[in-house]
Design a protein around this ligand. Structure first.
Ligand code: G
Ligand code: G
Ligand code: MN
Ligand code: NA
Length: 254
């Protein structure tokens, strides 16, 4: 496929970059994490969105070396954050199922933390439900080992896949991310509100902190804060940005 060849070249020629979206703690009103989002830069300066190339990276296996690069780059940027006085801000990295199964090991993560002198919890992994369901026993033992190596683990897009209460009970997790589809109508639709309330209660009952995605309106933010949601991200709070722009905005806030 021509597109796969282009993607391999893009990786070799370092045409991928990471943008970062802030995640806010709602009680303290400050940035506690940045979600790293892969972007493919074109020669005219525009970006191809991930929805258009990540599925192909997964099918071709290219997501494994690209994902390794994303982790390395995130670790490097965490050191920059620390140097700018924001070492307590974590970087959250998306990991797809193929990459989790073929490209992740606790040893590699331990070496990454050592190489970059990262403090524990400097990096979060965002896993989707598909990661957990294909080989639940393997997933559970790898997650335990990764967590011991210093990572925090989140379930991404919670509620959109084949959610199972069994895996929530069994798996070592730190955060649950409420999918933006439930947040969108939370102030207008009693069913969305019921689901968000239930997810917050469920997560808290299991000792997890809850992150709401896709907050686009002040009213959604107020609802989430009033209902005990811990953290939030979305266009209302901050768009994904290149690291230099983001560091400048964080410095202005401080
Ligand atoms: O940035 P955007 O909303 O267009 O991202 C679309 C999708 O691409 C999201 O589901 C996100 O999780 C995924 N994605 C973004 N960056 C990465 C990455 O570095 N690795 C993987 N595996 N998925 C990513
Ligand atoms: O699947 P995942 O949750 O990783 O997807 C993250 C994607 O959501 C990113 O590509 C980001 O661009 C997008 N995103 C972030 N905030 C918002 C928002 O407020 N509204 C919408 N529609 N998308 C958002
Ligand atoms: Mn995510
Ligand atoms: Na999500």
């Amino acid at each position: 496929l021509a597109m796969v060849r282009q993607l391999r070249q893009a990786h070799e020629h370092r045409e991928f970059e990471l943008h970062f979206q802030p995640i806010f703690d709602l009680a303290r009103g400050r940035v506690v994490a940045l979600e790293a989002l892969l972007r493919w830069r074109q020669s005219d300066g525009s970006f191809v969105p991930p929805a258009q190339f990540i599925p192909l990276c997964e099918e071709s296996g290219l997501i494994v070396p690209i994902g390794t690069w994303v982790l390395e780059e995130s670790a490097r940027l965490h050191s920059r954050l620390a140097a700018a006085g924001h070492g307590d801000v974590a970087i959250a990295v998306n990991v797809s199922a193929v990459q989790f199964e073929a490209g992740m090991s606790a040893d590699a993560i331990r070496r990454l933390f050592e190489r970059h002198k990262l403090p524990a919890h400097a990096l979060h992994l965002e896993l989707t439900e598909s990661v957990l369901l294909r080989h639940p026993e393997d997933a559970r033992s790898l997650m335990g080992a990764l967590r011991e190596a210093g990572l925090c683990l989140s379930i991404d897009d919670f509620g959109t896949g084949f959610s199972s209460m069994a895996y929530l009970r069994e798996l070592p997790l730190d955060h649950l991310k409420i999918d933006r589809g439930f947040v969108r109508d939370v102030t207008r639709d009693s069913r969305s509100a019921a689901i968000c309330r239930a997810m917050i209660a469920l997560g808290h009952g299991l000792g997890l902190s809850i992150i709401a995605e896709g907050v686009e309106e002040a009213g959604q933010l107020e609802w989430l804060r009033a209902h005990g949601c811990d953290q939030a991200q979305g266009y209302h709070l901050g768009r994904p940005m290149a690291i230099d722009a983001l560091l400048a905005s964080m410095t202005l806030q401080a």
